[in-house]
Each structure stands twice: as structure tokens, then as C-alpha cells.
Ligand binder design. Structure first.
Ligand code: FAD
Length: 317
């Protein structure tokens, strides 16, 4: 379990990362090729994101538009099982409220339990492209906290409609997301932390943060969480910048601020190779300061590329 990996590390900062399932049609070797160069840094666990369906419109011969539901990156559960089998590390599937009824959630968790997957990262998910606001599935959860509650109840053997007595209990270790820049929809950071505390009270045992590029944001977020009574480990999530385009994409996509100094340095880069080098150097600096502050784990967002994460890890772990 993630929490056991943290508790057994005697205060040493550990390395971990998140990967995305490949685009539909690609082979599992695409995942292994990304992971192989990172395994020498001994991650105790690896996260695998979950990507829900998207609505796309296809033009028919008669000119009408047909709405189609497509999942571009399926395979989260299978990838987790394959990773655990190949590398003997704990794989953490992300699980969403969006697109899942409570029954779907229960069935998903039963599959995980049968596969020997004992950790989950519980998330609400974003609104799909055709929605302005997040809309829960019929009979699904509106907030990650409600999903955490369902997982905790299953851990106590409480199924939705079980037909047998003495139901098997699962034993999931549950992680949740935290936002040093506050979540996009939250009216304030205090309100966001208030609901983060509820996720912990319902049974989550650790937090992974959204990426940030200024450590002061993380330190202040941790202080605020502690003041609000959140005592669980708060794992910083980091991403090295890799392209100039990300200067616009990242703040917009993840609703966060980039430091002025980083923006100025990226603007001066002559090409994306230079941005990549700068992104790695910046991330190493961030990581060193976070290790010195005693964070339990450094969790890197690979976003489908591992060479820059490898460059960072080799100078730290
Ligand atoms: P919640 O905790 O439910 O919070 C959502 C918003 O509602 C916040 O503004 C919060 O303050 C507010 N809120 C919470 N509870 C209540 C309540 N009871 N009443 C009123 N307001 C409330 N997305 C994916 O699709 N797939 C992934 O694999 C994925 N992985 C992620 C991993 C990490 C580490 C992070 C940080 C994010 C990830 N996301 C992923 C994105 C995530 O799904 C979105 O950020 C989503 O918009 C919010 O998810 P959440 O779990 O934080 O939601």
C-alpha cells in the first residue's frame, strides 16, 4: 500500500511517477518502453491515469452529424495488472466519478481486488468537452469524497446489493488529489481545503498534488492543510516543462500560475530542445528543495514521455 511504502521509508524521499495508457491501438510495449528506463530508481508505486469517454461528432454521407462516444485511452486496469506482474511494483489505477454509476464503481473495484491491486487514486474527473460543468453519471457520484466513501464502505464489506452473507472485504489504500493553486471551480483555496479534509475524513490516507512550478505554493498549501487538521502525507506532483506551447497550455489546462522567472527563461529559449533542458534543470532545483524539506515521495507526471523524468531522477535518486 502507498501509505505503507511511505511509513516504511524512514523519512527517505522516494521516487514515483504517473503514466498515461497509450492511445487505442498501441501495444502494451509502449508502456514498458517508457517504464524500463525509470525502474532503476526503484519507484515503490506507479500511477496509471484513467481517461473517460469523449463525445465526438462524425459527419455522415447525408451531411448529418452523428454523435459517437469514444474512449481514446482505454486499458487502465489491464496496464496496472501488467505492470504489477512485470515489475513487481504497486500500480495505482485512477478511478473517476465521471462516467461511472455506483454499480460500475463497485464492479471496477471488485475487478481490482481480484487482480491483487490494493491501491486506488479516487478522483471526480473533469467535465467532458460537450459539458460546461461536470455532470455525474445517473446514480453516480458528484464529488470525489462520495467515491472515497463508497470505496471505504466496500473495505468494510458493504456492497450495494450482495446476495450472499459474509461478503468479502476489500482493503484499498485510497489517495486523493489536492491543488496548491486551488481547484479551478473552487471559490477559494480555503473552501477547496475544507472539502479536501472531507475526503480524508471519509477514508483517504494520502494526497497527491496537482503540478506546481513554485515550491512556495506547495509549502504554503501544506501549512494550510495542517492548520485545517489534515495530517496525512501530501505528495508533491511535479512536471518538467518541455515545449514553448506549454507556457499557454499548462496554466489553461490545469488552472495554475507559472512563475514569472520561468516564463521569462522559456521565452528566451531558441527551440524546444532548449526548453526541455531548462524544464529539467528547473524541476531538479524544485526536487532538491523538496527533498531537503523531507517530502515523502516526489511524484512526476510523465505525460507519455520518460526521457526527461529519467534525466531528473538520475541526478537525484
Ligand atoms: P473533487 O475533490 O470532487 O473536487 C472538485 C471540486 O468540487 C473542487 O472545486 C472542490 O473544492 C469542490 N468540492 C469537493 N467536494 C465538494 C462538496 N461536497 N460540495 C461542494 N463542492 C465540493 N482526471 C482524469 O480524468 N483522469 C485522471 O487519471 C486524473 N488524475 C489526476 C491525478 C491528480 C494527482 C490530480 C491532481 C488530478 C487528476 N485528474 C484526473 C484531474 C481531476 O479529475 C480534476 O482536477 C477534477 O476536476 C477534480 O477532481 P477531484 O478529485 O479533485 O474532485
Amino acid at each position: 500500500k502507498v501509505i505503507e511504502h511511505i511509513n516504511n521509508a524512514n523519512g527517505k524521499t522516494q521516487f514515483s511517477f504517473e503514466i498515461l495508457p497509450p492511445l487505442k491501438g498501441q501495444n502494451i510495449t509502449q508502456i514498458f518502453d517508457q517504464m524500463d528506463p525509470l525502474m532503476e530508481f526503484k519507484p515503490p508505486f506507479v500511477d496509471v491515469t484513467y481517461h473517460r469517454e469523449e463525445y465526438v461528432y462524425k459527419e455522415l454521407e447525408n451531411g448529418l452529424l452523428q454523435k459517437k462516444i469514444v474512449r481514446k485511452r482505454p486499458g487502465t486496469v489491464g496496464i496496472c495488472a501488467a505492470i504489477q506482474n512485470k515489475y513487481q511494483v504497486d500500480a495505482i489505477p485512477h478511478i473517476l466519478c465521471g462516467g461511472f454509476s455506483k454499480e460500475d464503481t463497485e464492479n471496477f473495484l471488485i475487478d481490482l481486488g481480484f487482480l491483487g491491486i490494493d491501491n486506488v487514486m479516487a478522483l471526480r474527473g473533469d467535465a467532458v468537452k460537450s459539458e460546461t460543468y461536470f455532470t455525474p453519471e445517473r446514480d453516480g457520484h458528484s464529488y470525489a469524497g462520495d467515491l472515497v466513501q463508497q470505496i471505504s464502505e466496500l473495505n468494510m464489506g458493504k456492497y450495494l446489493d450482495a446476495e450472499i452473507e459474509n461478503q468479502a472485504q476489500t482493503d484499498f489504500c485510497i489517495g486523493v488529489a489536492g491543488y496548491p493553486d486551488k481547484h479551478l471551480e473552487a471559490p477559494s483555496l480555503d473552501s477547496d481545503i475544507h472539502f479536501l479534509k472531507k475526503k480524508i475524513d471519509k477514508g483517504a490516507t494520502y494526497i497527491v498534488t496537482q503540478m506546481f512550478f513554485n515550491n512556495a505554493k506547495y509549502f504554503s498549501f501544506v501549512d494550510k492543510c495542517r492548520a485545517a487538521g489534515i495530517t496525512v502525507p501530501i505528495i508533491p506532483g511535479l512536471k518538467p516543462l518541455a515545449t514553448k506551447k506549454q507556457l499557454n497550455l499548462i496554466p489553461h489546462r490545469f488552472s495554475l500560475e507559472l512563475p514569472d522567472e520561468l516564463i521569462a527563461d522559456v521565452v528566451k529559449c531558441k527551440d524546444n530542445k532548449a526548453v526541455r533542458e531548462l524544464g529539467v534543470a528547473w524541476c531538479i532545483q524544485q526536487s532538491k528543495e523538496l527533498i531537503a524539506a523531507g517530502v515523502p515521495v516526489l511524484h512526476y507526471y510523465s505525460m507519455g514521455k520518460s526521457d526527461n523524468i529519467r534525466a531528473i531522477a538520475s541526478s537525484l535518486f
